[in-house]
Structure formats: structure tokens, C-alpha cells
Design a protein around this ligand. Sequence first.
Ligand SMILES: [Zn+2]
Ligand SMILES: [Zn+2]
Length: 282
Amino acid sequence: MALESPGCEPVVLDLGTGLRRFGQTLPQDGSFRGHAFVTHLHWDHVQGLPFFTPVLVPGARLDVYAPPPQAGVSVSDAFHDFMRPPYFPVRPCDLHGEVVFHDVADCELQLGSARVVVRSVPHVGPTNGYRIEMGGASVVYVSDHQQPCDGTDRIDEAVLDLCRGADLLIHDAQFTEPELARKRDWGHCTLEYAVHVAATAGVRRLALFHHDPARSDEAVDRLLPGARELGRERGLDEVLAAAEGLTICLSPSSPSPPPWPPWPPSSSSSSSGVRPKASRTA
Ligand SMILES: [Zn+2]
Ligand SMILES: [Zn+2]
């Protein structure tokens, strides 16, 4: 997933397998500068780093922000622990470009004209959600979100704080209700809960994300109408299913997106773009 806006360095959300494809669109000559906000260190969120070709060149720089996994262990320590032989032949320090790791939790950052709000969110282990405001649009990324295990629809205050009034929320939607009943404490939530979070926070557009690894694209499409109907009832402008290669354009000059475009939505050009990829893992 990546956010791009004129005049801003690109912002990557997590370092999953989609990073390889996005990297092909960026400078390969060492001039790359960018930022990656990693929600947590589970495999599906970090394994794309060594395949991100813009940072495999001297002169390039990628700043990586993530929550430290435990007291006394930095994000840099963690990356050097899991990205090394025999698990992988290349260590972070072997990449020819510069990768700079930052420990972040419950803070706010200013990256040029972009503002980033960081909040801890419920999942399995330390996990961040991010709100990025750039190019006049606000995008919130809560990729993995444990909904309450007690059957209530309570929403964590930090999540609401992040999401309030966002133009686009990219949110965990791994389970159906029956699946959640069997996997209640697996760290994820239902499509219905994702809609509930978006509606309660006054979000305009919701991108359902982190689809269950066992779910085919066709099965995702079959679940979408129900989520869209619920979103319509709850006052959302749009509910869509994130998919690899999808581009969403957000413009501060257009106050409301067209109502309920046909599925799949088509791309258009505007001031800032979001490129979600479907996540198929835990
Ligand atoms: Zn996870
Ligand atoms: Zn995950």
C-alpha cells in the first residue's frame, strides 16, 4: 500500500509483498527517498523489504517506522533478527541503500507537508494504526484490529481518535461472523465491525482490507454487497474491497465521491492517490 501526492515523498503502509510491484514505479537510480509505516512485525507486514528495488541502490534512503516489539528490543534489532541467514541471505545492512529504523508508538510526526498520527491499536502484540494527512486528504490505516472478544461492539478510543472524519479508512475485514465465532481471539474482526468503526468515526470511504487468506477474489466480491448495504444504512459514502493494483484518488477539491460507483471502481486522476493491495495473510 502506498500514498502519493505531488510534492511529498511517497509513504508506504507496511512492507508486504505488494512492495515489490510498487517499487517498479519508483526511481531506481539512488535518488529514492520515502517513508514506510509498519503496523507490526508479523511476517505478512514485513517480508517485502528486500524486494523493494529503489532501496537496493547506493544513495537511496527509506525511513521505516514501527512499534518496538517489546521493552529493550528496538525495531532495528527485530529486523536484523528475522532478516538474516539462515532465514534469508540478506540483512538490512546489506541493502545498498540506507534503511533507517524508527521506534514509534502514540506520537505525531511531521514529514514535510505530511502529518502522521500514530496510535496503538488492539491486535496480537504491539501494533500501530496510522493516520496520514497529505495533499489535503486524510487516510487511516488499521490493517489488523482485534474486535472485542466479549461479543460487544465497543471500539477502542485510540482507534476512534485515529479514524475520526477521515476521507478513507483502510481497515481489517478478515472474517465473516461465523468465522469470527471460531477465531474470536485471532487478532482480527468482521466486515460488519469494520463498517461499524467507519460509521461511528464519521469516515466517508471504507476499504475492506486483510481479506482472509483462504478467501478467493470471487468470494470477496460475494461478501461486498452485504457490506455496502450496511455501509449505506450507516451513512458511509462508499465501501469497497481493497485489491492488488487498485488506485483510489482523493481530492480535497471534491467534497464527496460519486455515490456508489459500479464494482470494480475505475481509476481517475486527481491530487493524491492510494494504492491498496489485498492482504492474504495473518
Ligand atoms: Zn498480525
Ligand atoms: Zn496481518
